[in-house]
Write a protein that binds this ligand. Structure first.
Ligand SMILES: NC(=O)c1ccc[n+]([C@@H]2O[C@H](COP(=O)([O-])OP(=O)(O)OC[C@H]3O[C@@H](n4cnc5c(N)ncnc54)[C@H](O)[C@@H]3O)[C@@H](O)[C@H]2O)c1
Ligand SMILES: O=C(O)CC[C@H](O)C(=O)O
Length: 350
């Protein structure tokens, strides 16, 4: 009897010493990115192995039967951190009291579609969801926008939630960052974690500028600049850049579907770094509000920069030298973002 009481007491103590659950929203919950993403979140890869989670799964009403299947599968994974799963198509339920929002839900580009088609279809979703964040979420919520065109959708969501700090919004360019690191690693014959500090500047589109002027590669224990490690400037200025810029389109051509497994992995990397910070001496890429940047990029944009994160607060890495080659590419992708923003605002005002 005493043993039973002691073990019950220990169980209560263990449970009550755990953190309060956080409320995490994933939109587009019936889609292919969500299917690759939810397991990693629910098992603790993103918010920590001791952090209980309430997962809120939002999709449009016709997709709720599919979301129900995803809920069943999450239950069947028997994951101890997963306290509750809430499927919904109602924004008042979906956005309530959120600690983190991962906004995936939107239409992906398919072969033959132009970016502009996507802008028109998707930007209205992010205006509405920005409004729902404003109305229902915690003011501390961290919002990651994945749905394309990610930078402009993020800007529209942030503008539609004026009482939430703009710094709480970011968009996903970590997939491009990971693609760039991996290309350099494969070229040098090293593992991907031997490459650090690549930079994606600008838009998550084919005008993005993958830059390795400040990247380091560890080759057989010796750390060197990426240009010294690769020893092929023509490749770094040519095929490397276009491969990363056009990788999303290449995956669509091959799979007839937009990238999902790699996008889900990048979402996990991005959110985990927001929650726990970046490694000492390293930076990652993410799209953030450009106000106050030291690189001469127009302020009212969500632009991808080199970023360091501490205490859940990001900072653009300042003072990196920029040569003429880089300058031209950084400005070209900024110009595309200005055009996208103006087109989006135009659509929304009609
Ligand atoms: N930023 C990046 O690096 C990156 C990478 C890959 C894909 N993407 C983008 O992510 C988005 C999703 O891609 P996917 O492959 O998962 O698409 P998918 O078509 O498989 O899933 C999208 C889901 O979103 C849902 N949805 C549509 N409108 C919604 C709304 N208003 N609210 C909630 N849910 C809604 C759909 O019903 C669907 O279930 C696309 O826009 C795609 O282009 C971005
Ligand atoms: O639509 C595209 O060209 C890109 C799709 C997706 O964002 C990716 O990067 O894989």
């Amino acid at each position: 009897m005493l043993t039973l009481l002691t073990s019950m007491y220990m169980m209560v103590r263990t449970f009550s010493s755990q953190a309060e659950p956080i409320r995490v929203l994933v939109t587009g919950a019936a889609g292919q990115i969500a299917y690759s993403l939810l397991y990693s979140i629910a098992k603790g890869d993103v918010f920590g192995k001791d952090q209980p989670i309430i997962l809120v799964l939002l999709d449009i009403p016709p997709m709720l039967p599919v979301v129900d299947g995803v809920v069943m599968e999450l239950q069947d994974c028997a994951l101890p951190l997963l306290r509750e799963v809430i499927p919904t198509a109602d924004e008042a339920v979906g956005f309530k009291d959120l600690d983190a929002a991962i906004l995936v839900g939107s239409m992906p580009r398919r072969e033959g579609m132009e970016r502009k088609d996507l802008l028109k279809a998707n930007v209205a979703i992010f205006k509405a969801q920005g409004g729902a964040l404003e109305k229902y979420a915690k003011k501390t919520v961290k919002v990651l926008v994945v749905g394309n065109p990610a930078n402009t959708n993020c800007l529209i969501a942030a503008k539609s939630a004026p009482s939430i700090p703009k710094e709480n919004f970011s968009c996903l360019t970590r997939l491009d960052h990971n693609r760039a690191s991996s290309q350099v690693a494969m070229r040098c014959g090293v593992s991907s974690d031997s490459v650090k500090n690549v930079i994606i500047w600008g838009n998550h589109s084919s005008t993005q500028y993958p830059d390795v002027h400040h990247a380091k590669v560890n080759v057989n224990g010796a750390e060197m600049g990426a240009y010294d490690a690769v020893k092929d400037d023509a490749w770094l200025h040519g095929d490397f850049i276009s491969t990363v810029q056009l990788r999303g389109a290449a995956v669509i051509k091959a799979r007839k579907l937009s990238s999902a497994m790699s996008a889900a992995k990048a979402i996990c990397d991005h959110m985990r770094d927001i929650w726990f910070g970046t490694k000492e001496g390293e930076f990652i890429s993410m799209g953030v509000y450009a106000a106050g940047n030291s690189y001469g990029i127009a302020e009212d944009l969500i632009y991808s920069f080199p970023i360091q994160i501490k205490n859940k607060t990001w900072k653009i890495v300042d003072g990196l030298s920029i040569n003429d080659f880089s300058r031209a590419k950084m400005d070209a992708t900024a110009a595309e973002l200005v055009e996208e923003r103006d087109t989006a605002l135009d659509f929304l005002s009609q």
